[in-house]
Design a protein around this ligand. Structure first.
Ligand code: ADP
Length: 534
């Protein structure tokens, strides 16, 4: 069903699909029913997919945890158990790392031609396309994100990323270096070894792709630990990689918890590189464990509190829609969410009224239902955290324009919430809420807003809405963040690097920049016997 539309959707950006009048907004206008009663939420649609893979994937085999333990993975729409999943721990991480070590040291993966590696990734992408709807259903069931988003955007992007990295595999090479003296000097770009990867629950498939894609393209082997909330889709997809010809031991998937399986991976002496996406506090722990063990290099993609600056000359309707998308996309569970909306005083009142109206039109409900923009939050912990931030916003004096409460009696749904008159020192303007809560702040001058936007310990992304080229160029230089979106937001592409300044992380993923995370550079210096001949 979804696959037919994939190519046309991919030719547009994720944000343009979701924001444009040709995309969701016009469907809503054309009369797709928006959420109106809690009953629509309380009667969940049964997904038409079976959960076939719940064990750990080690050395190409699905196996039980050494302890025999399992844990529940839960449907965020209801809190009901979807499946019991093998719970990986220290011993399982050991088994997975030894399999990855053997597959790296003895091959064939790092030793086969880069073209052969590229073909395995291409075949995996074809299988991902073929299984698009099954993967999407697992992702939505486990995570709660709208099925249309999973099926039309995220699974196709997973396949696109694999094709992008397949394209890199046979284009990775070193340089010839003009050194002083009678030497022939070259660099070899070699795979780094066993990559340990830890991913979060908000984009389980895309985080899998951002990490596994470059690691495999460069010839490494991988042990990836998925988030305990969302173990299902990665197991299914990793199995497809094996069907595509990936040798056993090259890609191992461990389901389990952070302080046990995650920490074991970070501390393992046979892991050569770590890549982590998650909260800033856990990122610090990961870095510490890496330093205390074998000083493995670490890339970190962490939290954010990204400013979205709307200048007085902006097209207000377009800015409202984009700022709405920048915050509410994926239930507000994005590390780069535009979570501080700074609006110029001249258009502030108009913007707030329109942002409130847009939030009230947001379609919230069962993510398997067509036309739904917002499903439930991931789990009770996040749900309660969001509600307590909303309470704090009200208590600190911000104006609650709309929302502010849970929705329905089952699951973890939160009403789209908008606060105006937010001040920089309020908790809701400082902390990462990770939920559907928009905070709108007022500013007067560009100079002032640059200062306020940068006054954060985070620096993941920023958005700017203006029709003035000079303002756009000046702000894009002044803002201290890894991505600046001008007159758009959340435009992700396999080739665009992503990562943070300050406490939002270390290193970049995607694009050419991601390859160096997974490569060692070796300098080879050969003395020339007869320099006089030159
Ligand atoms: P969140 O708060 O969004 O769940 P976390 O940073 O806690 O973010 O989790 C992101 C990933 O990090 C998950 O896979 C989780 O299991 C893992 N994790 C959590 N704690 C640790 C830890 N102490 N060591 C390694 N990984 C961890």
């Amino acid at each position: 069903m979804a696959s037919r539309k994939i190519s046309s959707l991919l030719s547009r950006s994720l944000s343009s699909y979701l924001c444009s009048s040709a995309g969701r907004s016009s469907s809503v206008r054309r009369g797709l029913k928006r959420f109106s009663t809690a009953a629509a939420i309380d009667e969940p649609i049964t997904p038409s997919v079976e959960v076939n893979y719940t064990k750990l994937l080690i050395n190409g085999q699905f196996v039980d945890a050494a302890s025999g333990k399992t844990f529940h993975t839960v449907d965020p729409r209801t809190g009901n158990v979807i499946a019991d999943v093998a719970e990986g721990d220290f011993e399982d991480v050991n088994r997975a790392v030894s399999a990855a070590r053997k597959a790296f040291d003895e091959g064939p993966w790092p030793k086969m031609t880069a073209y052969e590696r590229s073909r395995v990734l291409l075949r995996s992408a074809d299988l991902i396309d073929k299984h698009n709807d099954t993967i999407a259903a697992l992702e939505t069931w486990d995570n709660g994100k709208p099925y249309e988003q999973s099926a039309k955007i995220e699974v196709p992007m997973l396949a696109r990323l694999m094709r992008y990295y397949a394209g890199w595999a046979d284009k990775i090479h070193g340089l010839t270096v003009p050194a002083d003296g009678p030497y022939h000097v070259q660099t070899l770009h070699e795979p780094i070894g066993v990559a340990g990867q830890i991913i979060p629950w908000n984009f389980p498939l895309l985080m899998f792709a951002w990490k596994v894609g470059p690691a495999l393209a460069c010839g490494n082997t991988v042990v990836i630990k998925t988030a305990e909330q969302t173990p299902l889709s990665a197991l299914y997809v990793a199995n497809l990689f094996h069907e595509a010809g990936l040798p056993p031991g090259v890609l191992n998937v461990i389901s389990g918890f952070g302080p046990t399986a995650g920490a074991a991976l970070c501390s393992h002496m046979d892991v050569d590189k770590l890549a982590f996406t998650g909260s800033t506090s856990t990122g610090k722990l990961v870095l510490e464990l890496a330093a205390k063990s074998n000083l493995k290099p670490v890339t970190l993609e962490l939290g954010g509190k990204s400013p979205f600056i709307i200048c007085e000359d902006a097209d207000v309707d377009h800015a409202v829609e984009t700022a709405h998308f920048a915050l509410f996309f994926n239930q507000g569970q994005c590390c780069c969410a535009g979570s501080r909306t700074y609006v110029h005083e001249q258009i502030y009142d108009e913007f707030v009224a329109k942002a409130k109206a847009r939030a009230e039109k947001r379609t919230v409900g069962d993510p398997f239902k067509q036309g739904i923009e917002q499903g439930p939050q991931i789990d009770p912990e996040q749900f309660n955290k969001i509600l307590s931030y909303i309470k704090s916003g009200v208590e600190s004096g911000a104006t609650l324009e709309t929302g502010g409460d849970k929705l329905g009696s089952k699951g973890y749904y939160v009403k789209p919430t908008v606060f105006s008159n937010v001040k920089d020192d309020m908790l809701i303007a400082q902390d990462e809420i990770f939920g559907p809560v928009q905070t709108i702040l007022k500013y007067k001058t560009i100079h002032e807003v640059i200062h306020r936007a940068n006054a954060s310990s985070y620096g993941l992304a920023a958005g700017v809405f203006t029709q003035n080229l000079d303002t756009a160029n000046t702000l894009s230089r002044a803002l201290r963040a890894g991505t600046i979106w001008i007159n758009c937001y959340d435009v992700f592409d396999a080739a665009i690097p992503f990562g943070g300044y300050k406490m939002s992380g270390i290193g970049r993923e995607k694009g050419i920049y991601s390859l160096k995370n997974y490569l060692q550079v070796k300098a080879v210096v050969t003395a020339l016997k007869n320099p006089a001949w030159l």
